[in-house]
Design a protein around this ligand. Structure first.
Ligand code: ZN
Length: 251
């Protein structure tokens, strides 16, 4: 039965991931509610249902538009798969409990944000505002210990990044600040600080790797949102174990 639900959440995740791709692409361009169906960005050919099957269509068409043969960015099928894996992993870790909803909301937010930050270097306010009430309600239903930890988490994340933005004169954006503050509600005080530390660690390692492989240039702006996402995921799913390990090892 466990396997059945894992597959179920994986498939639901892939389907939602496909929808989140569209949200992440359209919200920054303020096209969310346009009635036009998905189309090829090169030749504007409207996609039919069999070109819209998540992951599958991409593989069948070998990553190319059926009309103009131009390549489709692999980020879309990859994000669909990632969302599927995150949904299944959330269920695997939490099982059927209220907190599973929080995890699914959080992973949904991540998928949308990665797409829009990679594509436009932008984390849309409207996406963050949309998730805010859900996270607040979920932290009332499933409070952290102590119950005010999410409040302190959100405020300290906001202030910390505001300080970094002022000192670094734009090393990070206002979108990153608001995203981390929002995640403070989900992760609580300890969790969001750990998420931020991990995000800077991942960001440093990956930017050094990309610089040395000459994939990016020095001083080139670099979306930080995906690293906040990676840091938060690690913190959310493994943070308690990490903090426990740290305290028992060093104190
Ligand atoms: Zn095309």
């Amino acid at each position: 039965m466990q396997t059945f639900y894992l597959i179920y959440f994986f498939i639901i995740g892939i389907i939602f991931g496909s929808f989140f791709n569209v949200v992440g692409l359209r919200v920054p361009e303020k096209k969310m509610f346009e009635s036009q169906r998905s189309y090829c960005p090169h030749c504007h050919h409207t996609l039919s249902w069999y070109e819209l099957i998540p992951v599958f269509s991409y593989l069948i068409q070998m990553g190319k538009c059926r009309h103009c043969r131009k390549s489709i960015s692999p980020i879309y099928p990859v994000m669909e798969l990632v969302t599927g894996v995150l949904f299944a992993f959330s269920f695997y870790t939490l099982g059927f409990q209220w907190e599973l909803l929080t995890a699914l909301f959080m992973c949904s937010l991540y998928s949308i944000i990665i797409v829009s930050d990679l594509k436009y270097m932008l984390i849309p306010n409207r996406v963050l505002l949309f998730f805010l009430p859900f996270f607040i309600v979920m932290r009332i239903i499933v409070p952290l210990d102590p119950w005010w930890s999410p409040v302190i988490g959100a405020v300290s994340a906001y202030l910390l990044l505001a300080l970094i933005i002022i000192v670094s004169k734009g090393g990070m954006g206002g979108g990153d600040m608001k995203l981390l503050a929002l995640l403070g509600i989900v992760l609580g005080f300890q969790g969001v600080l750990l998420a931020f530390l991990l995000a800077t660690l991942y960001g440093t390692i990956i930017s050094i790797a990309l610089l040395s492989m000459k994939i990016i240039k020095r001083k080139e702006p670099f979306p930080f949102g995906p690293f906040i996402v990676l840091g938060s995921l690690t913190s959310y799913f493994f943070g308690e174990n990490m903090i426990h390990w740290y305290i028992t090892t060093f104190f």
